[in-house]
Design a protein around this ligand. Structure first.
Ligand code: SF4
Length: 440
C-alpha cells in the first residue's frame, strides 16, 4: 500500500524529495553521470555544493539517513580529508566551467558534531578549492546539544548565513523515547547564542507526530517556538520509512502495539500541522512551502531549496550524498568503506545515477515547485515550452476537485488543505512507469 492511501502511519515514505524516485537510479547508469560531469554547464544554471556530514551522537529511532554514531576523531579526520579530495576532483571537471558557487549546504547527519577546529579547517580548505565569495547562502544543520558559543562564533566568522536547529520537540520524554540526543535546556541556550551572534536566518525544525505526542504537548511546542521567534519554522510530519529502528519494531509489534507509546495516524498529524500553521500565521509568519513558515529576512527565500526546486546543478558530496548535474541525478556510493577507498584512489565516488529526460525534468520541477504553494504556468512555458494545464489537466482537475488547489489563468495555488497533504498526491503527476512506493 502506498502512503497516500494510508490513514494509519504505516511503513513507507510520505515525503517526496525528487523525481524520478530514487529506486530508479542505477549503478549501470554511471556512464551518464561521468559524461554529465565532463560536459560544460547549461549557461545560466546556478551551481550549489551539498556536503553530507554523517556523524551523530545517537541514532534517532525514526532516522533513515546514512549516519554513524561510533566514529572517533581520527575517523572524522579521514572523512573530512576524503570530502575535500572529492570537492577537489569535482572542481576539476568541465561542468564547473568557471562557475562560482551559488549556495553551500552542510547537511547530515549532524554537521555541528564536528568541533570548531575541525569545522574551521574543513571550511577554510573548501573555500580554497571552490571559493564562496559569490554564494548567496551558506546553510548549516545543527543538533542543539552539540553547539557551544565558540563553535557558533566560528561558523559565523566562516560565512554561515543560515542555521537550522533540529529541535523536533521540547518534551524530555518524547525526545528521549524517539532517540534524540539533546535536552530542552540546550535548545534555548544554543538559540540564544545564535541570535546574539546575528546569523542572517535561523530555522527551527519541528516534527508533528513523534512517538508519544499528544495535543497538549504539541500546543506547548508551538507556543515555545513562537516565543523564540525564529525567522523560519519547518514542520515535518513523522513518517516511517523502511530501515528505521521504529519501522523494525513496527514489523514485529504491529502499529497498535508499540511499547509505552502510540503513534498518531495521518489525519491527527495533519490536524497538528494545521494548528501549528494557523498559530504561526497569526503571529506574523507566512507560508513559504508545504512545510515552512517564514518572517523577516527569511521571506527573501531559502536559496538551497529554491535553487534545487528550479533545476539548479548541485554537487552532492559525502557518503551516500545526492546531487544533480547537467540533467543527471547522481548518488555517491553508500558505505563508508567504499567512499573512503575510492577517494584514496582519486576516484569520484559515484554510486548510481539516472539521466533524466526533458519530460522528467519538467515533472520534477513542477511537483517540487507545487510544494511552495504556487506554480506559474508562464515559467513552464518559458523554460520547457509546456502548457502544464493541457499536459496534466487530469491531475490538476483531480486535485482541484479534492479542494487541494485552485487554478487560474496564470497558474496554480494550493489551498490550506493542499499545503497539509500535497506530498501524498504528487504521484498523481508521475508517469506510470515512474511510480514507486520505495524511497531508496
Ligand atoms: S540527528 Fe538527524 S541525521 Fe542524526 S540520527 Fe537523528 S534524525 Fe538522523
Amino acid at each position: 500500500m502506498i502512503v497516500s492511501d494510508q490513514e494509519k502511519t504505516g511503513l513507507g515514505n510520505y515525503f517526496i524529495a525528487n523525481y524520478p524516485p530514487f529506486s530508479f537510479w542505477k549503478p549501470e547508469n554511471l556512464p551518464a553521470a561521468v559524461s554529465a560531469l565532463h560536459r560544460p554547464p547549461t549557461p545560466g544554471t546556478p551551481l550549489g555544493l551539498y556536503l553530507h556530514i554523517p556523524f551523530c551522537r545517537k541514532r534517532c529511532k525514526f532516522c533513515y539517513f546514512r549516519v554513524y554514531t561510533d566514529k572517533n576523531a581520527g575517523d572524522v579526520q579521514t572523512y573530512t580529508n576524503a570530502i575535500l579530495k572529492e570537492v577537489e576532483l569535482l572542481a576539476r571537471t568541465e561542468c564547473v566551467g568557471g562557475r562560482k558557487l551559488d549556495y553551500v549546504y552542510f547537511g547530515g547527519g549532524t554537521p555541528s558534531y564536528l568541533s570548531a577546529a575541525q569545522l574551521q579547517s574543513l571550511m577554510e580548505k573548501l573555500q580554497a578549492i571552490l571559493p564562496w565569495d559569490a554564494t548567496r547562502e551558506v546553510a548549516f544543520e545543527c543538533e542543539p546539544g552539540t553547539l557551544q558559543q565558540h563553535k557558533l562564533e566560528t561558523l559565523k566568522a566562516l560565512g554561515v548565513t543560515r542555521l537550522s536547529l533540529g529541535v523536533e520537540n521540547f518534551k524530555p520524554e518524547i525526545l528521549q523515547y524517539n532517540g534524540r540526543a539533546h535536552l530542552e535546556v540546550e535548545i534555548h541556550r544554543a538559540y540564544g547564542w545564535a541570535r546574539d551572534l546575528g546569523f542572517e536566518q535561523i530555522n527551527i525544525d519541528l516534527i508533528a507526530g513523534m512517538v508519544g505526542e499528544d495535543w497538549v504537548n504539541w500546543k506547548d511546542c508551538v507556543r515555545k517556538t513562537i516565543a523564540m521567534s525564529p525567522d523560519s519554522v519547518t514542520v515535518y510530519q513523522m513518517e516511517l520509512p523502511y530501515n528505521t529502528v521504529f519501522s523494525k519494531e513496527l514489523k514485529v509489534l504491529g502499529n497498535d502495539d508499540l511499547p509505552e507509546h502510540s503513534i498518531a495516524d495521518w489525519p491527527t498529524k495533519r490536524a497538528w500541522v494545521r494548528y501549528a500553521f494557523d498559530e504561526f500565521l497569526a503571529n506574523g509568519y507566512e507560508m513559504s512551502s508545504a512545510y515552512t513558515v517564514v518572517k523577516g529576512k527569511a521571506k527573501n527565500g531559502f536559496v538551497y531549496r529554491d535553487a534545487l526546486w528550479s533545476g539548479a546543478d548541485m554537487f552532492g558530496t559525502g557518503v551516500a550524498s545526492f546531487g544533480h548535474v547537467n540533467g543527471v541525478h547522481i548518488q555517491n556510493v553508500d558505505t563508508w568503506e567504499k567512499y573512503i577507498d575510492m577517494l584514496s584512489r582519486d576516484e569520484i565516488p559515484l554510486g548510481r545515477a539516472l539521466e533524466t529526460t526533458p519530460r522528467e525534468r519538467l515533472v520534477r520541477e513542477m511537483i517540487l515547485q507545487l510544494k511552495t504553494g504556487r506554480l506559474s504556468a508562464h515559467y513552464f512555458w518559458a523554460k520547457f515550452g509546456a502548457d502544464i494545464f493541457a499536459e496534466f489537466h487530469a491531475g490538476y482537475e483531480k486535485l482541484r476537485d479534492l479542494g487541494l488547489l485552485t487554478l487560474d489563468d496564470t497558474g496554480v495555488s494550493l489551498t490550506a488543505d493542499g499545503f497539509l497533504q500535497i506530498d501524498r498526491y504528487l504521484p498523481t503527476f508521475f508517469d506510470p512507469d515512474r511510480v514507486s512506493n520505495r524511497y531508496t
